[in-house]
Write a protein that binds this ligand. Structure first.
Ligand code: OAD
Length: 225
């Protein structure tokens, strides 16, 4: 099981959150990534995610996404990618199955009234109506702080059964994902961190490979296949 974070998409030109110049140094997380922020100023929240969606659509998968897709192709059904990323670069690199977007996806729209889901247009606005119930309460299908991440049962089941847990390009600061390494360790599962530098959770991993994802991940995948 491979957990990915913003560091995997950094070299595709998408900003991380907590690095120097990261998104949370420029935006107030409570204003743009919480249900309360959306209730207060939905236009500001849509503007934030419209910009993220535009960046993601203009970006291309990098060598790390490609290598992970190559690993999945070499070991069909054996490699589950759990991503905290809301971009679709894993899919565009060829990871078309066994990908869980635990924090949602920029490509999705969600009705806050009836929970209907559909493909997000490139630009969303507070006036947009739900195609099913027509309420003007559409939001990006993104998991905000204070909400439950998606498919957690499936993730914990896979984690308990996996032979190796790898975290790539994530700072280990946001739970529940940050706790996966401890769950894996408690179950006696081997753990590996791949990150630009030691993360907050580095001490929990059995092994670490530090450096840019586009260099480390392809090399690591080569050693596996
Ligand atoms: P962070 O921005 O917290 O951490 C990114 C990690 O990637 C850091 O540890 C960097 O050192 C590392 N990194 C940066 N560039 C890299 C590169 N080229 N190669 C390898 N590693 C690199 O991002 P996440 O851990 O993904 O949630 O953040 C987790 C969640 O916090 C996000 O999903 C988002 C955010 O708030 C929500 O919005 C709900």
């Amino acid at each position: 099981m491979i957990l990915t974070g913003a560091g995997v998409s950094a070299e595709s030109g998408l900003g991380t959150f907590r690095d120097k110049d990261g998104l949370w140094t420029k935006y107030d997380l409570s204003e743009v990534a919480t249900p309360e922020g959306f209730a207060t100023d939905p236009a500001k929240v849509h503007d934030f995610y419209n910009a993220r969606r535009a960046n993601a659509l203009d970006a291309a998968p990098n060598a790390a996404h490609d290598a992970l897709a190559r690993l999945q192709a070499a070991r069909p059904g054996e490699v589950l990618l759990v991503t905290q990323n809301v971009d679709d670069l894993h899919e565009r690199a060829g990871s078309t199955r066994d990908v869980i977007h635990m924090h949602g996806a920029l490509t999705g729209a969600l009705c806050a009234t009836c929970n209907h889901r559909w493909t997000a247009p490139r630009v969303m606005s507070p006036e947009d109506r739900c195609p099913k119930c027509t309420a003007p309460s559409t939001r990006p299908d993104i998991v905000w702080f204070g909400e439950f991440p998606y498919q957690m049962e499936e993730i914990y089941t896979a984690l308990a059964q996996c032979g190796l847990f790898v975290a790539i390009g994530t700072s280990g600061q946001v739970y529940p994902a940050a706790g996966f390494v401890q769950e894996a360790r408690a179950a006696g599962i081997e753990t590996l961190e791949i990150n630009l530098e030691a993360s907050d959770g580095s001490g929990y991993f059995d092994r670490a490979l530090h450096g840019p994802a586009t260099e480390i991940v392809p090399h690591w995948v080569d050693t596996l296949i």
